[in-house]
Design a protein around this ligand. Structure first.
Ligand SMILES: Cc1cc2nc3c(=O)[nH]c(=O)nc-3n(C[C@H](O)[C@H](O)[C@H](O)COP(=O)(O)O)c2cc1C
Length: 425
């Protein structure tokens, strides 16, 4: 079994006085914590409340959900050894990432078309992230513009881009220019969707590609009062960021034709280098599982990596991202910030990721479950659960700060080590 003990492992945690976490919970937080104490409680309620197609879109994975289950099982298998006698109050969860301070090493992963999951999702996610001071990654395929998102979440907004390669990346590079003008500091390029794959649950629910509101979906939507109310409040979701580049009409059919023409594939290394030249702020590459890819990204000047298998949504044979993390941390740790996503459901999972070398952990589905379960109040509750659980985990393990997690002894049975890649360039 590879040695997965982080290189900074110290045999004993020190006995500094523990700084306590700030401000107690509000009455609303206490009620929600009692009714929905975990993200899986939110998932169960979302399943009951959302139209079927919407839940299947946000919750379903590739194949038979094997990749999703592997993400969960691999995180669950990671044990952390506690040390007692030095913590007497729940520790704070604050961190710094790319020169900004955040209230926890937890962020919201980019979601394309989150309005299908819950209309208005982007607005609710952006507001909650700004209020709680955690990163919110706006997906380029969103129903609010870059400029609107930057206004809603000026201190925490990041932007994720897919590849718009026609005409020498005219659209992609204009989106980058707009992001900079709007004050967005961190840009994320997704490289792990080179081809379109199938998610059977989504297909069986009646969702067609390109998306169309068929009669079947309309009938399904009408079974969910919360979803319909949010649709009426927020309007039909459209990819508004792309409007300036669409000539003429913006019907669903025209938008679909535009997407087929303009968007596709995933960023190549040459293209990543090109975006690096254009983007002066922190640049993050999302979709790294192999340490050689991590090395290549860093050699091109990428500042951060998202170690992810796209939440088990591409194919279900990819390694769990938590199992790839130790080798990537060993390869590029200290030279790039590392974010772990895929399967993160709790503060304990966040702690596991940080203990194994990540600087933060992001979640996608957990935030969508929260919207499905609680509507606009959901994301704030999900962030609260992550932070509360992380603080409790730190205290239980004998950590005074998030950084102390790197000194925790970890057992990680599924981990890849660098040795596993010795014969693999
Ligand atoms: C409904 C849905 C849509 C997504 N859309 C995007 C997207 O547009 N761009 C992207 O880079 N990742 C996208 N992802 C992947 C997430 O950013 C993230 O990698 C994944 O959700 C993490 O796994 P988790 O859902 O288990 O937390 C999407 C995920 C979901 C669930």
């Amino acid at each position: 079994m590879p040695d997965t003990t982080p290189s900074s492992y110290q045999p004993a945690l020190d006995s500094r006085p523990a700084p306590a976490a700030t401000a107690g919970p509000t009455p609303e937080q206490l009620t929600l914590r009692r009714r929905f104490p975990t993200s899986l409680d939110l998932r169960a309620r979302a399943r009951r409340r959302l139209p079927k197609f919407s839940f299947e879109y946000l919750d379903g994975g590739a194949g038979a959900d094997t990749g999703i289950n592997r993400n969960w099982a691999s995180l669950d298998a990671v044990e952390m050894m506690p040390r007692y006698g030095n913590v007497v109050a729940p520790p704070p969860t604050d961190i710094e990432l790319f020169g900004r301070s955040y209230s926890a090493p937890v962020g919201i992963s980019p979601i394309g078309g989150p309005g299908t999951a819950f209309p208005g999702a982007e607005t609710y996610l952006a507001r909650a992230a700004q209020a709680a001071r955690v990163p919110y990654t706006l997906g380029v395929l969103s129903a609010i513009t870059i400029e609107e998102a930057a206004e809603l979440a000026p201190d925490v907004i990041w932007l994720q881009l897919y590849r718009f390669a026609r005409n020498e990346h005219k659209i992609g590079l204009d989106l980058v220019r707009r992001a900079e003008a709007a004050g967005i500091r961190t840009l994320m390029l997704t490289c792990d969707t080179p081809v379109r794959t199938t998610r059977p649950r989504e297909t069986k629910s009646g969702i067609v590609n390109p998306f169309r509101l068929t009669n079947r979906l309309r009938l399904d939507a009408m079974t969910s009062l919360p979803w319909m109310m949010s649709l009426m409040r927020n309007g039909i979701p459209r990819f508004v960021n792309l409007r300036p580049y669409m000539d003429g009409g913006q019907s669903l059919a025209e938008a679909a034709a535009f997407m087929r023409r303009e968007q596709g594939g995933a960023f190549t290394w040459d293209e990543i280098a090109r975006y690096r030249d254009h983007w002066k702020g922190p640049l993050v590459l999302k979709g790294v599982l192999h340490p050689a890819d991590a090395e290549r990204a860093v050699s091109l000047g990428v500042d951060g990596l998202v170690v992810t298998n796209h939440g088990g949504r591409q194919i279900d044979a990819l390694p769990a991202s938590i199992d790839s993390l130790p080798a990537i941390a060993a390869q590029v740790g200290g030279r790039a910030s590392i974010i772990l996503d895929s399967g993160v459901r709790s503060g304990v999972d966040v702690a596991r990721a940080v203990a194994l070398g990540a600087d933060a952990a992001f979640a996608g589905k957990a935030f969508l479950w929260s919207l499905g379960a609680l509507g606009s109040r959901g994301p704030a509750h999900m962030i609260d659960l992550f932070k509360q659980d992380l603080s409790a985990t730190l205290g239980q393990l004998g950590c005074h700060t998030v950084a102390d997690l790197r000194s925790v002894k970890v057992r990680h049975p599924g981990a890849y080590g660098l040795d596993d890649f010795a014969d693999d360039p």
